[in-house]
Design a protein around this ligand. Structure first.
Ligand code: APR
Length: 251
């Protein structure tokens, strides 16, 4: 039974610009807890106790402990067929953009190079004083506990957008541009609880993009989306790829 009508397949195949917008759900099949689902991070910890500048100012060692623990989970995780299908799509078509809320690094590990990690990346840190950026593993700073800048010796913080903080303007400007020119927007694995990503999807749809959502649950975006697939990204997205690129099946 096909997932897509011939008309939708035609629209996707003829799209000059495709946008993927992903959230924690696309990584759940890789064993990384989501934030708001069962067993999610926020169920175990209170966001305001950890992912905020106030929490970091008050007890940076606890915040680093939590991120060290999460980084270990992300390092052990492997990209799943959802990440891999997006990476494959990006190699086969010219402008397939990817905006992710995820900080787990699974999209780049799946091979995606054209991506905007609008909430940062858990493997990166930045200096609280001189803003120098570090890749924790490549720069040998991956040990548990407090981490310090090798340039000015000040405390490092996770390079992640915390609650109450503003986004990186450069990334956000690019994200808005990508949402405005998209002909198709895939919204995958996000509860749309965070306004900026949700508005990026809505902007694309308001500018004429066909919206396709993959999520076992419905979200606040579902009413504005043309196609909602109630299921797992790692199962549904590869099937959609095969229907859009039937020639890929023989390979
Ligand atoms: N495939 C697709 N979607 C899934 C899957 C799956 N296998 N498993 C779960 N989901 C869906 C859930 O139904 C839920 O709607 O993924 C969504 C995850 O929602 P959240 O946990 O809220 O994660 P996200 O939307 O990415 O959160 C956004 O909030 O906490 C902040 O900065 C954090 O980036 C995060 C942001």
């Amino acid at each position: 039974m096909s997932l897509l009508s011939p008309d939708v397949i035609h629209r996707i195949r003829s799209a000059k610009n495709i946008l993927f917008l992903t959230g924690a759900g696309i990584s759940s099949e890789s064993g990384i807890p989501t934030f708001r689902g069962e067993g999610g991070y926020w169920k175990t910890f209170k966001a305001e106790e950890l992912a905020t500048p106030e929490a970091f100012a008050k007890h940076p060692e606890v915040v680093w402990e939590w991120y060290d623990w999460r980084r270990g989970i992300c390092r052990e995780a492997k990209p799943n067929d959802g990440h891999l299908t997006i990476a494959k799509w990006q190699t086969s078509s010219p402008t397939v953009n990817l905006i992710t809320q995820n900080v787990d690094g699974l999209h780049p590990r799946a091979g995606s190079r054209n991506l905007l990690e609008i909430h940062g990346n858990i493997f990166r840190a930045r200096c609280t004083n001189c803003q120098a950026k570090y890749h924790l593993e490549e720069d040998g700073l991956d040990k548990p506990g407090l981490k310090y800048c090798t340039a000015c010796e000040s405390l490092l913080r996770p390079d992640i957008v915390w609650f109450g903080e503003s986004y990186d303007n450069r990334l956000l400007t690019k994200a808005w541009e990508q949402s405005k020119i998209a002909h198709v927007v895939f919204v995958i694995g996000t509860s749309a609880n965070v306004s900026v990503p949700a508005n990026l999807a809505l902007t694309a749809i308001r500018n004429g993009a066909i919206g396709i959502e993959i999520n076992p649950e419905t979200t606040t975006l579902t009413a504005s989306i043309q196609l909602h697939f109630g299921g797992k990204a790692g199962e549904i997205l590869p099937e959609i790829y095969k229907e859009v690129f039937p020639e890929s099946i023989s390979q």
